[in-house]
Design a protein around this ligand. Structure first.
Ligand code: ATP
Ligand code: MG
Length: 389
């Protein structure tokens, strides 16, 4: 039996001439998400996508609800452009709703196909009356119904549905290019990565690992964070870059108050190296203004001065409570608060420089870490392919 899922998308539809491109990307992302399930096809008509399946609709809906660009998905039934057929489908739908314990409903019809001779209010009345005749224990409530049965009368067929699963919205992954995400085990950077993805940016995460200062538990945390992000992106390629030698060199040769900023600059350079390998066009961090001493405007400036790529900071205007709220919704919060140190908390200076001067930083940093040491770190990077849990 063929099952139908009706997909609505928002922003993607608004993109004028680029619309086809966005729709194609979205359809490809949906196909990817549905891989391994009995998919028949994905079709489009103006403003809607139709997914047909041979089964496993629940799983398909779950996966689709993680595809960026998608606003909502509904299991639907289609009917010929004939009021009697529409009634049959509507009654079947409401029988299911009644079986699930719902008791009040209303019918809401849209009729983009003006060639269909019966106007929406009349369809509502006729179908509503038929449901009341055929399905026991249901009453109409036009103001706050438990179930809204929707009927869309389109060019070729009519579509009937009442359930709806929200998607994340935003833009299909990839339409904005590709970026490297500096992913620590903290609360912020996974949220920053998700926000970048929601604007269509693919991400390649890098994690700087300072074993034995930070344990392998810290790395497991980052892997688990990637598993959550992979629900939205499909397989993720994580770079784990050994950072111990660099960090040690910085600590032995440089003043304590500049350690944080030095570390950040090294991370930027290395992330830039990965970006080159991965043909990524931007770096993403979880920084936001004022959260810690290094996250002042001059701190951020001294940090990004060492790379040519744009450094995007999706969290820049969010306060910690808002970030935590988003991390909880995303499902990364509980992973992030597991109590393992990251490399920055191991060596936090007692009196960090809050307003570092770029030139002064560069001067004091010179010679501490050789280009060879940086190249070696990239050459020794491990890449892990991570899928969703
Ligand atoms: P987070 O919750 O992301 O760790 P934070 O507020 O703790 O954020 P910092 O530790 O100061 O911030 O780090 C700022 C940003 O630098 C992080 O959001 C992340 O993008 C990057 N970063 C820090 N440590 C690492 C690391 N070990 N590996 C990769 N990126 C890192
Ligand atoms: Mg951190």
């Amino acid at each position: 039996m063929e099952h139908l899922i009706l997909v609505r998308y928002g922003e993607v539809g608004l993109k004028g001439k680029n619309r086809r491109y966005f729709e194609n990307k979205l359809m490809r992302r949906m196909e990817q998400a549905l891989k391994g399930l009995p998919l028949r096809g994905i079709h489009r008509t103006y403003g809607r996508l139709y997914v047909t399946m041979d089964g496993e609709v629940e799983e398909a809906l779950h996966r689709l609800s993680h595809v960026f660009g998608l606003v909502a998905a509904s299991p639907a039934q289609s009917a010929a452009l004939d009021l009697e057929e529409i009634k049959v489908a509507a009654v079947q739908n409401m029988q299911r709703a009644a079986a699930e314990g719902y008791t009040t409903f209303k019918v809401e019809t849209r009729r983009p196909n003006k060639a269909f001779p019966i106007k929406s209010p009349e369809v509502n009345r006729e179908v509503g009356a038929e449901i009341l005749r055929q399905v026991p224990n249901l009453t109409v409530d036009v103001h706050s119904p438990e179930v809204t049965l929707r009927i869309e009368v389109r060019e070729e067929r009519a579509y009937i549905y009442w359930q709806e699963l929200s998607g994340p919205g935003g833009l299909p992954l990839g339409v904005s290019g590709r970026s490297v995400l500096l992913l620590s085990g903290g609360i912020d950077s996974p949220v920053a990565g998700w926000m970048a993805m929601s604007r269509g940016l693919e991400i390649v995460p890098v994690y700087f690992h300072s074993f034995p200062f930070t344990s392998d538990r810290a790395q497991e945390k980052v892997i688990d964070l990637c598993r959550v992000l992979a629900r939205y992106s499909g397989m993720i390629k994580l770079y784990v870059i050994p950072f111990t030698k660099i960090q040690t060199a910085l600590r032995e040769g440089g003043p304590e108050e500049l350690q944080t900023i030095f570390i950040r600059r090294m991370m930027m350079r290395l992330a830039g190296g990965v970006a080159e390998k991965e043909r990524a066009e931007a770096l993403i961090t979880g920084e936001s203004l004022g959260q810690v001493a290094s996250q002042t405007v001059s701190g951020l400036a001294a940090t990004e001065a060492v790379v040519d790529l744009p450094v995007l900071r999706p969290l820049i205007g969010l306060d910690k409570q808002e970030i935590i709220k988003r991390a909880k919704e995303l499902g990364t919060y509980d992973i992030s608060i597991r109590p393992y140190d990251d490399c920055c908390t191991v060596f936090v200076p007692r009196h960090p420089e809050i307003h570092p001067n770029r030139e002064a930083v560069a001067k004091k940093e010179a010679g501490l870490v050789t280009p060879e040491l940086l190249e070696q770190a990239i050459a020794e990077a491990e890449t892990l392919l991570i899928t969703s849990d």
